[in-house]
Design a protein around this ligand. Structure first.
Ligand SMILES: [Zn+2]
Length: 288
């Protein structure tokens, strides 16, 4: 742990009172090897602009390219494990101090770490939806079908993007065979919210309910660049609910924060869990 400062003491006091709702972003998963492309060095990690919802749904070639890159990147994404920060946050929930987690991440690592009350604001990369009939399938099932449809197709990726895809050559993309929905032969889409796509209303409403009932909103590892997450900070501030932000580097919610800690999310969460006597719990499940 680094040295303690006044802001960290204020943060510990807030958390000790309980009723904390956490809003997490890419910064909590960087220690699990998932790069934060919005962070200081992150922009350089991404050669392409992220695909928009319109491009995905209207451009079959772009969709094919996406699936080829995503399938190539999936083995590593699937192996990602929660880090000490995810586990500390789950421990704070078991200790009764954190009531729920609203996450902007699509990696599913909060659940793997043992957090129970999780709202996956932007969906989950381990689920796939059909654009025609909306049937949800486990990504692992699609992975098995894609492996069967692509014998010997195993490109060595050189770049990895935070949503789990990798860069491939045009030839690697061209030789990839995609599969369709088994129910209706419709096109498949990862069950994540794309740029230009709205978060489902019901999910937003549940998130607002959590924030409205919170004693404090704790932002962890998000620059709050995207309105989809920032709106909850604005809501808390409107309602006089204190906002604490832990993030390396400035965020777009800093002017609304009662407490601002510029430090590693993992270290700060570990410190909070230790000082609140949160029970150390076994990992309930790890990914295969
Ligand atoms: Zn379908």
């Amino acid at each position: 742990m680094g040295h303690h400062n006044d802001e960290q003491d204020l943060l510990a006091d807030l958390v000790r009172l309980g009723g904390v709702v956490a809003l997490t972003g890419a910064g909590i998963s960087t220690d699990s090897g998932i790069p934060d492309y919005r962070g200081a060095t992150g922009a350089a990690l991404r050669r392409h602009a992220p695909m928009t919802y319109r491009e995905f749904t209207h451009d079959p070639q772009a969709r094919h390219r996406y699936w080829a890159r995503s399938h190539a990147g999936w083995p590593v994404m699937r192996r990602a494990q929660p880090n000490a920060g995810h586990r500390a946050l789950a421990a704070l929930e078991r200790a009764g101090l954190v009531t729920s987690v609203i996450t902007q991440n699509v990696d599913g690592l909060h659940g793997t770490a043992g957090s129970r009350q999780v709202i996956d604001l932007h969906g989950r990369l381990d689920r796939v939806t059909c654009l025609s009939c909306a049937r949800i399938t486990a990504r692992e099932e699609i992975r098995v079908r894609l492996d069967a449809a692509n014998p010997g197709w195993a490109p060595e990726p050189d770049r990895r993007n935070p949503d789990g895809d990798v860069d491939l050559t045009a030839e690697q993309v061209a030789t990839f065979t995609m599969v369709d929905c088994t129910e209706c032969q419709g096109p498949l889409k990862p069950d994540v919210v794309y740029f230009g796509e709205s978060v489902p209303k019901e999910r937003v409403a549940r998130s607002y309910e959590q924030v409205d009932a919170a004693s404090a909103l704790l932002v962890l590892g998000s620059s709050l660049h995207v309105y989809s997450g920032r709106r909850f900070v604005m809501r808390a501030a409107e309602r006089g609910i204190p906002v604490a932000i832990v993030n390396i580097g400035p965020t777009r919610g800093d002017d609304l924060a009662a407490v601002r800690v510029d430090a590693s999310v993992t270290e700060i969460l570990q410190g909070l869990a230790i000082h609140s006597d949160a029970p150390e719990a076994p990992l309930e499940s790890t990914r295969a």
